[in-house]
Design a protein around this ligand. Structure first.
Ligand SMILES: Nc1ncnc2c1ncn2[C@@H]1O[C@H](COP(=O)(O)OP(=O)(O)OP(=O)(O)O)[C@@H](O)[C@H]1O
Ligand code: SF4
Ligand SMILES: [Mg+2]
Length: 325
């Protein structure tokens, strides 16, 4: 059996703070196969971005990975020297951020930025870099890319800037793209366009992608598999259709029930009661217990390990009847 493209095992990333240690990622494990799209969802602060940053060694100081491994094509990226990580980052694993200005430099033309991004990994002539940049910009839907190439980031709309950032991520045809809420800041129609285009690109190029989002609807339209995060842990994962049709974990069920599409006209929007726990002081048992309608003494006292069958979930009392109900 060949190794998965990416295999994350027991990953823990922590931030020491004046009030204690924030366990932002607390034992995350998952696999990503070639060409697969994994949707990583959860409420704000659940550890989605820190998970993404941890994969490619971009955790902000003083945060650090304290345990676990990130095997990319069999090789552990945790603890790899920065020079080795730089060779992989941008070339084999690229990241697209919610704010395209995390990728773009406001002072340089797009042509210069794309040329520098190519030159970071390959020696090519200026003319070849230009031709490749034009081709990639066209591919992400930038109209008249030849003439737009010499423009500066502020001369593009928000949606077009995000397309340019995606184009830069695609320059080296990476094997994995980590997309951290790339459409969240855009208006709904542009979101839908970029989502559709990203899905087509992934299929065409055969890239794998980790699509990070708090929006289940977006994830359901792009992902093959889904991993639901709560308080730094994956609480449920599996094929996207199966998980959304038949969620086993009360948190996944709560997220689904909160979707506006599940509410009838005139009905009040449902939401999960309570708030996410402080990562400095997680409950002793299940972290979701204070908000869970099914919590009992076992849940409050005993930590939950992940149950791995056809799907994985972390729950003492998983729902098994919902689809039949
Ligand atoms: N630089 C930092 N210093 C201290 N703690 C941090 C830092 N970055 C992240 N954290 C901690 O990690 C937690 C998870 O952050 P993360 O950004 O991964 O959440 P997220 O799921 O991406 O949320 P959002 O949907 O808002 O983007 C935060 O709630 C915070 O406690
Ligand atoms: S372990 Fe208990 S508290 Fe946690 S999600 Fe399952 S039923 Fe709810
Ligand atoms: Mg985030």
């Amino acid at each position: 059996m060949t190794a998965p493209l990416l295999e994350v095992s027991g990953l823990k990333t922590q931030f020491p703070t004046a009030s204690g240690v924030a366990k932002a990622v607390d034992g995350v494990s998952f696999r990503l196969e070639r060409g697969e799209v994994l949707g990583l969802v959860g409420e704000s602060g659940s550890g989605k971005s820190v998970t993404g940053f941890s994969l490619i060694g971009l955790v902000d100081e003083p945060g650090r990975i304290v345990e676990g491994s990130v095997r990319y094509e069999g090789r552990d990226l945790v603890g790899l020297p920065t020079s080795d990580l730089r060779r992989i980052r941008g070339k084999e694993i690229a990241m697209v951020f919610q704010d395209p200005m995390m990728t773009l430099n406001p002072l340089l033309s797009i042509a210069t930025q794309m040329r520098l991004a190519i030159a970071a990994h390959e020696r090519v002539s200026k003319a070849a870099a230009r031709a490749r940049s034009v081709a990639v910009l066209a591919r992400v839907g930038i109209p008249a890319p030849e003439s737009r190439l010499d423009a500066y980031p502020h001369q593009f709309s928000g949606g077009m800037r995000q397309r340019v950032a995606i184009a830069i991520a695609l320059l080296h045809r990476p094997k994995i793209i980590i997309a951290d809420e790339p459409t969240t800041a855009l208006d709904v129609s542009i979101q839908a366009q970029i989502l559709t285009e990203m899905k087509m690109l992934v299929d065409e190029i055969g890239m794998a992608m980790i699509w990070i989002s708090h929006d289940l609807a977006t994830v359901s339209s792009i992902a093959d598999r889904i991993a639901v995060m709560y308080a730094g842990r994956i609480v449920e994962s599996g094929p996207v259709g199966a998980v959304l049709r038949d969620p086993r974990h009360p948190y996944t069920q709560g997220l689904l029930d909160s979707l506006p599409s599940r509410t009838r006209p005139g009905e009040e929007l449902r939401q999960i009661p309570g708030t996410t726990p402080s990562l400095l002081n997680l409950p002793q048992g299940c972290a979701f217990a204070p908000r869970c309608p099914r919590a009992d003494d076992l849940c409050k006292a005993v930590p939950v390990e992940s149950v791995a069958m056809d799907r994985t979930y972390r729950c003492h009392h998983p729902e098994t009847q919902r689809s039949a109900a």
